[in-house]
Write a protein that binds this ligand. Structure first.
Ligand code: NAD
Length: 289
């Protein structure tokens, strides 16, 4: 079997188009232009690139992009004060604090200062709790994007065995909960899992979010499985995933490449969350996206 390559770039482009349509409809019907505020502290070069790309994508979707930059030696209280100002600003629908924050700042505290209804990264304790409880909230972007990529391959996930390798707060745990919400039978595997290869072989849907290049070997993939590779690892001048792609593609039914798989979905889902936040904060029904 040679796997279908799941084209994350194309799916993300389609999603961004729908988002732009929803933004236009909100403007037309409600004179509302959603606004996303991004807070960048310090001068991490990669963070600057991410923030710039988020700003470009936000504007392209017809929304307002607001950037706040603070110096690397900013105090925790300064960042908290800025988040509180953004919480109180009605023109701001989404707030994102770019990670990592400089060492003197407690990221957990800053994240939890964000109004949960503006928490477009879905990382506050409130949104994590809503996800756990199966209540409507803002879902973390990368896990949300991963599930969206599975849907065109397999509409009905109910009853399938899903294995998620990695249990981070950012990806593994929320992805497991989203798959549970789809009625998958979910196994959360991690660095202490025994017989990881056998656990992976039980998966109809195998998701890897570890951050170790090609940790998941091709022969750990069950024939006909769907493989979602969240990992992004720089090896020399190449980016490679957590899955041994070429060998896995011989066995899988469908697989995401790295780059061009899950990666492009993250920003698209951030934009989606911003539109949802804008509508929900005003008591409007969720736009069709
Ligand atoms: P993390 O370091 O926070 O978590 C890694 C997880 O992997 C941990 O739960 C750990 O238990 C598990 N793990 C470590 N070694 C293992 C092993 N040998 N066997 C099994 N499990 C093991 O990382 P993260 O933030 O979840 O990110 C994971 C990967 O996803 C990284 O490569 C990151 O760059 C990538 N990522 C991509 C996107 C995207 O937009 N595509 C977004 C976020 C993260």
């Amino acid at each position: 079997m040679t796997a279908e390559i799941i084209d994350g770039k194309a799916v993300a482009a389609g999603l961004r188009e729908k988002i732009a349509g929803a933004v236009a409809a909100l403007q037309e019907a409600n004179s509302l232009t959603p606004g996303l505020a991004v807070v960048l502290v310090g001068d991490d070069p990669a963070s600057h690139v991410y923030v710039r790309n988020k700003g470009i994508a936000t504007k392209k979707a017809g929304m307002r992009s607001i950037e706040h930059r603070l110096p690397a030696d900013a105090r925790e209280e300064d960042v908290v004060a800025l988040v509180r100002r953004l919480n109180a600003d009605d023109a701001v629908d989404g707030i994102l604090v770019q990670m990592p924050l400089p060492g003197q700042i407690d990221a957990h505290r800053v994240i939890n200062e964000i109004d949960p209804d503006k928490d477009v990264d879905g990382l506050t304790e409130t949104n994590a709790g809503r996800l756990l409880l199966g209540k409507k909230g803002l879902e973390p972007c990368t896990p949300q994007g991963s599930v969206i990529l599975i849907k065109p391959v397999e509409k009905k996930l109910s009853g399938l065995n899903a294995v998620v390798v990695g249990r981070s707060i950012l990806v593994g745990k929320p992805l497991s909960l989203l798959l549970l919400g789809e009625n998958c039978t979910v196994t959360m595997a991690h660095s202490r899992t025994k017989d990881l290869a056998d656990v992976c072989r039980s998966a109809d849907i195998l998701c890897a979010a570890v951050g170790k290049a090609e940790l998941v070997r091709g022969d750990w993939v069950r024939e006909g499985a769907i493989v979602i590779d969240v990992g992004i690892n720089r090896v020399g001048d190449r980016l490679i995933g957590d899955v041994e792609y070429a060998a896995a593609a011989q066995r899988a039914r469908a697989i995401t490449p790295v780059p061009g798989g899950v990666g492009p979905m993250t920003i698209a889902c951030l934009l989606k969350n911003t539109v949802l936040a804008a509508a929900r904060r005003r008591g409007l029904s969720d736009p069709e996206i």
